[in-house]
Design a protein around this ligand. Sequence first.
Ligand code: UD1
Ligand code: CA
Length: 456
Amino acid sequence: MDKAGFQGIILAAGEGKRMFSKNPKVLHKLCGITMIEHIMNTAKLAGAKELIVVVGHKGEEVERRLKDVKVSYQKEQLGTGHALMQALKYIKDNTVFVLCGDTPLLEAQTLRNMFEYHRTNNNHATVLTANLKDPYNYGRIIRNKQGQVLEIVEERDADTNQKEITEINSGIYLFEGSFLKTFLNKLDNDNDQGEYYLTDIIKIYKENHLKIGAFLIENSDEVMGVNNRLQLNVAESLMRKRINEGHMLKGVTIVDPLNTYIDLTVKLEKDTTILPGCIITGNTFVDEDAVIGPNSQIEGSHIGKGAVVKNSVVIDSFVGDGASIGPFSNLRPGNVIGKSAKIGDFVEMKNSTFGDHSKASHLTYIGDGDVGKNVNIGCGVVFVNYDGKEKHRTIVEDNCFIGCNVNLISPVTIGKNSYIAAGTTVTKDVPEANLAVGRAKQENKEGWVKRKGLLK
Ligand code: UD1
Ligand code: CA
């Protein structure tokens, strides 16, 4: 490890009782990413050369989500100090960042600044602190008259004077590994909860005349800990604001940012427009000049240049340049929609391809279909893909015209340039350039209404 590098240790073994969840706290997501991934990404971005994650409660579940990290198990959750002890075997003599799994808003730049502060002051330990209007439940930073940090006192162990202190412990620290290894084992559990508090290490350092610093940050939002669903919601709202502002500053028009939900994993090109009420998630990419919304949900999809998605759902699908989707289309997973194609109102599609310039303007189900280019699909067409046991495919080749209310009973192929008359139920293949008509012949009964005495 080079001199400027540091190890990062993330404490993530706690159950998160206050979440009232069957899932471990750090696997709860904000803007599409779990809390543990947020903090890992931040640590890596800040320059961590190596990451160690301490897991415990449902540890296997957490571990499954982790890549390229060392994992330590804390079998019993006996406190943050005890959690760090479990990682001792991995701690080197260089600088160690100790982070919590439940502070997803932390920014890499803050960690870099804190690291710089720690090094230039030659501290043995530095704690990241912030002033909070409502410091309730956080550990408080106790300083002497000269402003030196003496200790950290937990809310439940604090006296009334200490509770007045607004400077809180973020739970994020920098230590020199060599000293940490000497003093970590000196923690005891003589406190209200009978836990080994990592916070007590500050007092121990002080008693041993080591140099402690506090790096006070202005934006206290960053160190917000997520302990319950209310805090999860507050943190997610702040993160969403950050994401939307980031997109806007890079050339995306977001008409109503408070009503636009974009995951961290989404990429938007410049000059895209997001109208109110959109939820865009997963690995979605939206290309230049596309217009999304209002009220659309896009998940894991590619939306091409200048495409329009209006009042629709698009899941795991590819929408070509200039295509138009909606209003009220439902694209279930697995569609590839060609350039300038049109999928109109009340059209449902799944696992289908749909060629350039083809249209299905209204009230159609396209399931397991392969539709060529320049095909027109009339109103009320059904790709009958399911026989009660199995799904089959329907092929409609280029330049076909499928009339209204047609049933295409799959497996079936409509050869190119063919026409299917309205109301036809197609049960056998149609060769190229044919007209298929499959419906009862119409008969007009002359004088019938009068004979029945129904004429008005
Ligand atoms: C902790 C700090 C508190 C600080 C606050 C900031 C202690 C004693 N208190 O309190 O001073 O203001 O964070 O958010 O450190 N964990 C384990 N094993 C355990 C217990 C906790 O790995 O046995 C992990 C949790 O998964 C979590 C982190 O440590 O990621 C913090 O634990 P939590 O119980 O949330 O501590 P707080 O009560 O918030
Ligand atoms: Ca916490």
